[in-house]
Ligand binder design. Structure first.
Ligand code: PLP
Length: 401
């Protein structure tokens, strides 16, 4: 008899489990709109040409595979902070940012979560309702208490701004407020710049600490600077803040696990101490991070030709998503004669569309139409081709009504 008999079967992951089910389906029209990963119009994974060029450079140089320092590759940490804030930003000039390379967005969030648990005992993290499913897991496993603030309003399929502000105001002073820097996942609904100002006002009033998750810089609007404007607005106010970054989507480096945690402090002295503690957290967890993705990012961001080419490729990816978004909207509007207003789809931004389909309707999408998606009604438009928009519209209309 096994010593592990008391261990029960864990449920499949709500996002990655969808891909497993998709692979097992043999229907020819099947569509995987679960995981947020960019696909070409032929629905194939895409390796950016700048990534291939950077890898060729790296190979030509014959670089070694020695361990990185605990905090990661210097050139990467410099490049990633500059990309986020802009190289001339005061927080960089004054060396007030503690940047540590992390295991992509998830691992970087986790480093920050451990820091919160260790140095802000009892403080809670406010997360949007809804949010990316893994946020709750990350804070649960790090034993950081969290609660939700209102974000999505099903009536308008838009932002519940008043609810959001009220909940941030009502939270205990000094809470961490987790914000999606751009392209909110799963809703695709972002605050306007005026609304960001009000959010910053309330956070400052309440002495809260903003904690940004930036997983889609450049992918939402097609512009790296525009997508970082929320973070820069907070930094410009002189606030202390945390920012987790990921290169999974914008450089297509999903499997390389490359990202960073940045903590903006009010002095360079504090930043150095914070960085030393982040390293202390990383050391027993994974010792030091992988080098390959860090080198790719450092090469692309640090080489003006590759950097410009990256921006072009990102615009291309963001553009393809915008075009299928439009085509899906057109197909839904043309086919649906119930009078439903589908314009919310056009207002959403980024990789995802929040369709408003409930769990039973999402099940119908999968069981009857072979469209794989998360049960919260989110679809990844990055996994949709224009050739399949009509089919998807039929599936959505059938499931809704
Ligand atoms: N944060 C959000 C909001 C995301 O949507 C994702 C990926 O889907 C991530 C973080 C982190 O992804 P990764 O760990 O692959 O960088």
């Amino acid at each position: 008899v096994s010593r592990f008999n008391d261990i029960t079967m864990a449920p499949p992951d709500p996002i990655l489990g969808v891909s497993e089910a998709f692979r097992a389906d043999t229907h020819e029209m099947k569509l995987n709109l679960g995981v947020g990963a960019y696909r070409t119009e032929d629905l194939q994974p895409y390796v950016l040409s700048v990534v291939k060029k950077a890898e060729t450079l790296m190979l030509d140089r014959g670089e070694n595979k020695e361990y990185l320092p605990i905090e990661g590759l210097d050139a990467f940490n410099k490049a990633t902070a500059e990309l986020l804030f802009g190289a001339d930003n005061a927080v960089i000039q004054q060396q007030r940012v503690a940047t540590v390379q992390g295991l992509s967005g998830t691992g970087s969030l986790r480093l920050a979560a451990v820091l919160i648990e260790r140095y802000f005992p009892g403080s809670k993290v406010l997360i949007s309702s809804p949010t990316w499913g893994n946020h709750k897991n990350i804070f649960n496993d790090a034993r950081v208490p969290w609660s939700e603030y209102r974000y999505y309003d099903p009536k308008t399929v838009g932002l519940d701004f008043d609810g959001m502000i009220a909940d941030i105001k009502a939270a205990p002073e000094g809470s961490f407020v987790l914000l999606h820097g751009c392209a909110h996942n799963p809703t695709g609904i972002d605050p306007t710049s005026e609304q960001w100002e009000t959010i910053a006002d309330v956070i400052q009033e309440k002495n809260h600490i903003p904690f940004f998750d930036v997983a889609y810089q450049g992918f939402a609007s097609g512009s790296l600077d525009e997508d970082a404007s929320s973070v820069r607005l907070f930094a410009a106010r002189g606030m202390e803040l945390l920012i987790a970054q990921s290169y999974s989507k914008n450089l297509g480096l999903y499997a390389e696990r490359i990202g960073a945690i940045n903590i903006v402090c009010s002095s360079s002295d504090a930043a150095q101490r914070v960085k030393s503690q982040l390293k202390r957290i990383a050391r027993p967890m994974y010792s030091n991070p992988p080098i390959h993705g860090a080198r790719i990012v450092a090469n692309v961001v640090g080489n003006p030709d590759l950097f410009n080419e990256w921006k072009e490729e990102m615009e291309l990816m963001a553009g393809r998503i915008k075009s299928v978004r439009k085509k899906l909207y057109d197909s839904l509007s043309a086919k649906d004669n119930s009078g439903k207003d589908w314009s919310f789809i056009l207002k959403q931004i980024g990789m995802f569309s929040f369709t408003g389909l409930n769990k039973a309707q999402s099940d119908n999408m999968t069981n009857k139409w072979h469209v794989y998606m998360t049960k919260d009604g989110r679809i990844s438009l990055a996994g949709l081709s224009s050739a399949k928009c009509e089919y998807l519209a039929d599936a959505i209309i059938d499931s809704y009504h």
